[in-house]
Ligand binder design. Structure first.
Ligand SMILES: O=C(O)CCC(=O)C(=O)O
Ligand SMILES: [Fe+2]
Length: 360
């Protein structure tokens, strides 16, 4: 049976089979073997519209998105105290007793709250993580009854945090719009009424980290994601379809900026949707806070700019809700085929054994 929370399993000696991944999915690089390949970009001077710094920053962001779909941002103007308060309260939430966390259990499709492991129903293998999710924008759609009220003060800090991150995201989308040769507001307008979802990921210490993942390989569906991670390490990226991986070097106070599928489509594939995963370890737990900036569900998804000599990477415009539905059903179909292939291999193995061995 699935555990109610993961924290209890963190002290066991071996990993429950529901978390064990197939060999090809398991981590290939250590959680703390850091790489500096992902650029760290300072936003200092970005507001100086006519200054040369703005175009330099713009160029760096474009290069990073063309190459990896990921960069880290520093000097972003978000108060270090707000960041440390948000992190401290998030950690305290995960230290609460299971019953307290499960007061906000969101299994069964509730919008927001606490859940263990994977968000994709029908997944065969579970992720080694616990999460808390806040649906923070549009503000009129907030359901505060799904926002954990403990530790005390967390709701107010989350409100502030989500507002500041919305501002930062919009600023980055302006730069990207300009880089695509469009008016400043082009990308935010394409989102119609921007949605924001804050997901706090907690990865407890893991007894056999080499056999599992904290969060399996994926691309984020939305426009961009701003990820705050602690200093432990575990975020990994690949740009060759999973052949080789790098572990992103944690940088104090920085946000990792990932381009999502929506951003990828709007740029007609010029910018990569970051292919990433999170690995876990047996030495310490890890916390990351992902802020997803998504378009409104009925926003149209279609390239905003098709450069000369290029062909549109989509046949026709679809809504973001439809784009998401197609992504999820593709993932589920892949999971189903994988399960089937595994069962067939096991059957074949059994068939090739002498009957005495099977019966023994
Ligand atoms: O924890 C991390 O480093 C990655 C989190 C992530 O990719 C996500 O929440 O989508
Ligand atoms: Fe992600």
């Amino acid at each position: 049976m699935a555990p109610s929370t993961l924290t209890a399993l963190a002290n066991e000696k071996t990993l429950q089979t529901s978390f064990i991944r197939d060999e090809e999915e398991r981590p290939k690089v250590a959680y703390n073997k850091f790489s500096d390949e992902i650029p760290v970009i300072s936003l200092q001077g970005i507001d100086d519209i006519n200054g040369s710094r703005r175009s330099e920053i713009c160029e760096k962001i474009v290069n990073a998105f063309e190459d990896w779909g990921v960069f880290q941002v520093i000097d972003h103007g978000i108060d270090a105290e707000l960041i440390s308060e948000m992190t401290k309260l998030a950690k305290e939430f995960f230290e609460l007793p299971p019953d307290e966390k499960l007061r906000f259990d969101m299994s069964g499709g509730k919008k927001g709250g606490f859940i263990v492991s994977s968000h994709l129903q029908g997944e065969v293998v579970q992720d080694w993580r616990e999460i808390v999710t806040y649906f923070s924008y549009p503000i009129r759609a907030r359901d505060y009854s799904r926002w954990p009220d403990k530790p005390q003060g967390w709701i107010a800090v989350t409100e502030k945090y989500s507002e500041k991150l919305m501002d930062l995201a919009c600023k980055l989308l302006e730069v990207l719009s300009e880089a695509m040769g469009l008016e400043k507001e082009a990308l935010t307008k394409a989102c119609v009424d921007m949605d924001q979802k804050v997901v706090v990921n907690f990865y407890p210490k893991c007894p056999e980290p080499d056999l599992t993942l904290g969060l399996k390989r994926h691309t984020d569906p939305g426009t961009i994601t701003l990820l705050l991670q602690d200093q432990v390490g575990g975020l990994q990226a690949t740009k060759d379809n999973g052949k080789t991986w790098i572990t992103v070097q944690p940088v104090e106070g920085a946000f990792v900026v990932n381009l999502g599928d929506h951003g990828h489509y709007l740029s007609n594939g010029r910018f990569k949707n970051a292919d990433h995963q999170a690995v876990v370890n047996s030495n310490s737990s890890r916390l990351s806070i992902a802020t997803f900036q998504n378009p409104a569900p009925d926003a149209k998804v279609y390239p905003l700019k098709i450069r000369e000599g290029e062909k549109a990477i989509m046949d026709e415009p679809i809504t973001f809700a439809e784009m998401y539905r197609r992504k999820m059903s593709k993932d589920l179909e892949l999971a189903r085929l994988k399960k089937l292939a595994k069962e067939q291999t096991q059957e074949a193995k059994l068939e090739s054994k002498p009957i005495e061995e099977i019966l023994a």
